[in-house]
Design a binder for this molecule. Structure first.
Ligand code: ZN
Ligand code: ZN
Length: 244
């Protein structure tokens, strides 16, 4: 199969790769769509992460099941699925406490196991999620980043009617916007430097958009909310320019 492999900073090559072996309890997925994550960009710009043990990228992807291994009960050929990229060990302290996302021994498709920037991925049965009939495979590739946003909103304990601020309106910020609205946020402030992204945020229901270049975002939000929002999310991850 063809796969996109990362060798280092600014060095990704589309090459031939072996299709991983279909073991018991696993399914082979023909990849249809795969998203480029911010972390893929980091690796592309700055070099690979220490946790990477193989080169095939891609951890936000969807596709169609083309083969099932022995013992698989929850999938059949033709199923449309999204893939959960995290493979927790199930044994470490964090896993035992239910925090599988913080597993200290975690493996992952696109990092330690061949990922979704390839024609095929072989994944554990428990890592697939069936897409509803009315959801396209294209949207299926957004299930993973959407789960990130939904988890963040749950962690924030935002309540019906609360106000929220989101710093950064890239894909994660825009998904957070939709998640806080679904959770019942009354007012949502988006802080974003890009005009295009601010427009998209308005389209998706932001009540206020702020360009932090030229406006003191924190002062503006405090003024509009009588002291501050109930919850705030950092989806930008940038430092203030130390030279300013
Ligand atoms: Zn990601
Ligand atoms: Zn674990």
């Amino acid at each position: 199969m063809k796969a996109a492999k990362i060798y280092g900073a600014k060095d990704i090559r589309v090459e031939e790769a072996e299709i991983p072996v279909l073991e018991n309890g696993m399914v082979k997925v023909k990849v249809e769509y795969a998203g480029i994550c911010g972390s893929d960009m980091h690796e592309y710009l700055a070099g690979t992460y220490p946790m990477r043990t193989q080169p095939v990228l891609g951890h936000e992807f969807s596709g169609v099941v083309v083969e099932v291994g022995e013992g698989v009960t929850n999938a059949k050929v033709g199923d449309r699925v999204a893939v959960e990229p995290l493979i927790p060990c199930g044994k470490c302290d964090n896993c035992q406490r239910g925090f599988v996302n913080l597993c200290t021994e975690r493996q992952g498709y696109g990092y330690t196991v061949s990922g979704g920037f390839a024609q095929f991925a072989v994944v554990k049965e428990e890592n697939i999620f069936h897409l509803p009939e009315n959801m396209s495979l294209e949207l299926g590739a957004l299930v993973e980043p959407t789960a990130v946003a939904v988890h963040a909103v749950r962690q924030s304990q935002l309540k019906l009617g609360d106000t929220a601020a989101i710093f950064g309106a890239g894909p994660i910020g825009l998904l957070l916007l939709q998640a806080v609205k679904a959770a019942g946020a009354s007012e949502v402030f988006i802080v974003e430097v890009s005009e295009e992204r601010r427009q998209k945020a308005l389209e998706l229901g932001a009540t206020h958009v702020i360009n932090p270049i030229g406006t003191d975002a924190v002062a503006f939000i405090r003024e509009q909310t009588n002291g501050g929002v109930n919850v705030a999310f950092d989806a930008a991850g940038v430092q203030t320019n130390p030279l300013k």
